[in-house]
Design a protein around this ligand. Structure first.
Ligand code: SF4
Length: 347
């Protein structure tokens, strides 16, 4: 907070007329907060864009001097055939998409991909299983081996595989898992329009189990699924009132896939993504805000605005589960053009 407050003092000295606009404490409460109200979050999300960007950037520069960006690589270990009915997801067995269920990848093949991801510059390797929940047995034992292997390569390891039990969470922690991803997807109010096979409370319970096991939490959501601005604020409010905040917050834009109930939804305006990222940065100053699905549709300029106003991680190269992601060279060029530094620190 010292750096932030000295920045604010400096700016106030040079522009007295802007005092109320520059009142940092009125934006953040002066410290990391977990008591955000929906009204407060909505007011931030609704700010005139220039004001929102400016405020977010003060916080972003203070908590992340040098604009370092973590590169994460994402691999689908078990693709398709999921019993959940998430209406945005091409992997749901309830949706008639071109994604066919395929057997899970073997440990060696996953570790080869992790090694390749490391060689191309990633320092976090995320592995996805299209499951409702983890079941004990051979597949879970393989997951544990993959986690150990990824950690031995010197990479952070993240898993997304649905709901887990306490004992599974502890076994994953023992294997060295850095983070478990379990998104809330949308607001509690909009949730029933998106998924019916698992409740919001189930999701919060999974997050609690992950936290109790000492694994860091990766949790975010998706915009562009027919939700209101108030729903977006409500999702961010739920995330920002978790104590501690999720260490990692992926912000996704819907990629409308043919064969899902959302196939006809139009793409969001890229500036809406910028607003979500900037607001997340303001209310969760220390979390890693990840540009995730839908990044390809944003265009370079909007991606750079997101990186400027709060995003500090991208999913890099390869494939983002089953939707395309820009190629490695294009990502390197984007970061170089924006003058961003790649961060190899461990969480
Ligand atoms: S739980 Fe995951 S893989 Fe399964 S349908 Fe939902 S988003 Fe898709």
């Amino acid at each position: 907070m010292t750096i932030i407050n000295s920045n604010i003092r400096e700016i106030k000295k040079t522009n007295k007329k802007e005092d109320s606009f520059l009142d940092f404490n009125s934006i953040t409460g002066g410290d990391i907060r977990h008591d955000w109200s929906l009204k407060e979050v909505k007011e931030i999300l609704d700010l005139p864009l220039m004001d929102l960007l400016w405020r977010a950037q003060i916080i972003h520069r203070s908590y992340n001097p040098g604009y370092k960006v973590q590169l994460a690589s994402l691999l689908s270990v078990k693709t398709g055939g999921c019993s959940e009915d998430c209406s945005y997801c091409p992997q749901s067995a309830h949706n008639e998409t071109k994604v066919e269920p395929v057997p899970a990848l073997q440990v060696k093949s996953v570790l080869d991909r992790a090694k390749a991801a490391k060689e191309s510059g990633a320092d976090r390797f995320c592995m996805g299983w299209a499951w409702r929940e983890i079941k004990d047995g051979k597949a879970f034992d393989s997951m544990l081996e993959m986690v150990k292997g990824v950690r031995e390569l010197g990479l952070e390891a993240c898993v997304t595989a649905g709901m887990i039990t306490d004992s599974q969470a502890f076994r994953l922690a023992e294997a060295g898992l850095t983070a478990y991803n379990h998104n809330l997807d949308t607001s509690p109010e909009h949730y029933s329009k998106i998924i019916s096979t698992r409740t919001y409370q189930d999701r919060l319970e999974t997050l609690r189990r992950v936290r109790m096991a000492g694994i860091t939490v990766c949790c975010g959501g998706i915009i562009g699924m027919g939700e209101s601005i108030s729903d977006r604020a409500s999702l961010l409010k739920v995330l920002a009132t978790l104590d501690p905040h999720p260490e990692s917050v992926p912000i996704n834009a819907l990629v409308a896939v043919q064969g899902t109930p959302m196939e006809d939804l139009s793409s969001i305006d890229p500036l809406e993504m910028v607003r979500m990222v900037a607001t997340a940065r303001i209310i969760m100053p220390k979390s890693r805000i990840r540009l995730s699905a839908g990044r390809k549709q944003l265009g370079r300029e909007a991606q750079i605005l997101c990186l400027q106003s709060g995003a500090d991680s991208i999913f890099y190269g390869d494939t983002l589960l089953t939707t395309g992601n820009p190629e490695v060279d294009a990502d390197r060029k984007l970061l170089a053009d924006a003058g961003m530094k790649v961060n190899f620190c461990q969480e």
